[in-house]
Structure formats: structure tokens, C-alpha cells
Design a protein around this ligand. Structure first.
Ligand SMILES: [Zn+2]
Length: 274
């Protein structure tokens, strides 16, 4: 281990009790974790995580990779076609998703679905149609949704209004907005998930929003392998690092970290029904 690594605390050194939940992880992402899912989950448990929500980016990823989680009862699943993949979606994808949800009780939510006008990897009208179709499927299946929204706040809100999603179970994944947006999202009866960038000192708007959001409406996520929190910023993220996001949120709210850990974990279990 290098000198540099020695200066960073390990996540389990925080001593948080078993009970945290990572609401959004990509453990099946090619090359990131595929060789070491059991070890990664072992580190997560050691750090106090009781559950990890793995997000499959479409029915093919689910079919190809679900075996990685054989014998891992702490992991529940989200499955959805990401807006960045909207142009690659094929007829039959939604039917394959529906079939998977009906066959596998570990599939707890449809996500991540939404709009991404930052990367614009697919035409916007194609993203919007796929988003609406998946919102309809979630309604039909009676499952909650996890929304991905990047540089498309107004358009996302408009589609959700059209789809009749006010007061339905909806998680605003990887929230990166400000307090005004957070309050508007909560006013629709939805839930917000805070990622690692809340630990970045320069992220004043997000830190202010996290401080303001009612703890009962808040979940935590890593979005790993991306968005590692401080003091691991720039490294590969993993579920165990959720601890550092919880510590930052607790400091912003002036609360005991164990309370933030347990409450956000309970919120996640209630939201996903796991
Ligand atoms: Zn994600």
C-alpha cells in the first residue's frame, strides 16, 4: 500500500452499524467489478451496508449478468433502459423487461430511466418516448421508478406530469440540483437520492439542498463505479464508500451519522420493498 493510500480512512473505520443501503450501484458494469462481486459485497457489509441495489442497464445486461448475484441475498435489482441507450433499444426490449419482472422477485424497481440532454447520445424525442413507455410499464407492474435526469429538468418534469406520476413512488436518482429543485421534487411526493459529490466542498448548491431535505425523504447512493466521494474522489467507487456520503450528509444536517445511516437505509427498504 502506498503512503497516499495510508492517509485515507477505510470506510469501516467509521464504525457505522449494519443497516445502510446503497440505492444505486453498477456492480455488473463491464470491467469494473465483474471479477470480484463477492469481495466487493463483503467490504460493503464490513462497512455497515445491509443492502445494495444493482442497476442493470437494459434487459440484455440483466440476462447476461444476473448470474453474478447468485447466492447474494443482500442485493436487489433495478432494471431499465438508460436514456443514453435509447437509440439502441430494440422492439421486444420492453416485453423482455416485463417478463423479467414477472419472473424474478429481486427486481424491485424500473430504472434508471429518464432524459440525458448532457450527452445527447440519442435523439431527444426518442429518449422521451422510451421514458414514457417505461413509466407506463412501471405503472402496469406496480413497481417504483428511479429517474435519471441530466440537463433536462423541465422536460423530465413535463413527461412525469403527462404520465400522471404525482404522488407515485419515484426516486430522483443521483440528485445534483439545488434546494429549489429538491423542494419541488419533494412537493410531488417523490424521494431524492444523494450521491458522492455531496462530499465535494465546492458543491455548495447540492450541499445546501442535502442539508434542507427532510431525512425521511432521503436515500443515499454510490452510482459506483462512478462518482467516488471524498476522500476517494477520482478512484473507482464501490458500495462501501457510501459511508463517506453518509458522514457528509450527517455533518451538513448536524445529525449523528448512525441516525442518517439507519434512517436512509430504512427509507430505501421501504421505497423498494426489500
Ligand atoms: Zn446509474
Amino acid at each position: 500500500m502506498s503512503q497516499k493510500n495510508k492517509s485515507r480512512p477505510a470506510p469501516w473505520e467509521a464504525g457505522l452499524p449494519l443497516g445502510g443501503v446503497d440505492s444505486h450501484a453498477h456492480l455488473d458494469m463491464p470491467g469494473a467489478f465483474a471479477e470480484s462481486v463477492p469481495e466487493t459485497l463483503e467490504r460493503a457489509r464490513k462497512a455497515g451496508l445491509a443492502r445494495v441495489g444493482n442497476v442493470f442497464l437494459g434487459p440484455k445486461a440483466y440476462a447476461d449478468n444476473v448470474r453474478l448475484f447468485d447466492g447474494q441475498p443482500d442485493v436487489f435489482f433495478l432494471l431499465g433502459i438508460h436514456p443514453g441507450d435509447a437509440a439502441k433499444a430494440v422492439p421486444g426490449d420492453l416485453a423482455a423487461m416485463e417478463q423479467a419482472f414477472r419472473a424474478d422477485a429481486r427486481l424491485a424497481a424500473i430504472g434508471e430511466i429518464g432524459l440525458d440532454f448532457y450527452w445527447d447520445a440519442a435523439p431527444r424525442d426518442v429518449q422521451a418516448q422510451l421514458f414514457a413507455d417505461q413509466l407506463a410499464l412501471a405503472k402496469e407492474l406496480g413497481k417504483p421508478v428511479a429517474v435519471h435526469c441530466r440537463d433536462a429538468y423541465d422536460e423530465t418534469m413535463a413527461i412525469l406530469a403527462d404520465a400522471g406520476y404525482r404522488d407515485r413512488p419515484l426516486l430522483w436518482h443521483c440528485f445534483g440540483g439545488d434546494e429549489t429543485q429538491a423542494r419541488e421534487i419533494l412537493s410531488h411526493g417523490w424521494t431524492i437520492s444523494i450521491p458522492g459529490p455531496v462530499t465535494y466542498a465546492k458543491n455548495a448548491a447540492l450541499r445546501q439542498a442535502a442539508a434542507a431535505i427532510d431525512l425521511t425523504r432521503l436515500l443515499l447512493e454510490t452510482d459506483c463505479p462512478y462518482l467516488a466521494p471524498e476522500p476517494y474522489r477520482g478512484k473507482r467507487n464501490e458500495p462501501a464508500y457510501l459511508v463517506f456520503t453518509a458522514l457528509a450528509v450527517a455533518a451538513l444536517k448536524n445529525l449523528d451519522p448512525a441516525v442518517v445511516w439507519r434512517t436512509t437505509g430504512d427509507n430505501a427498504r421501504r421505497f423498494f420493498g426489500v
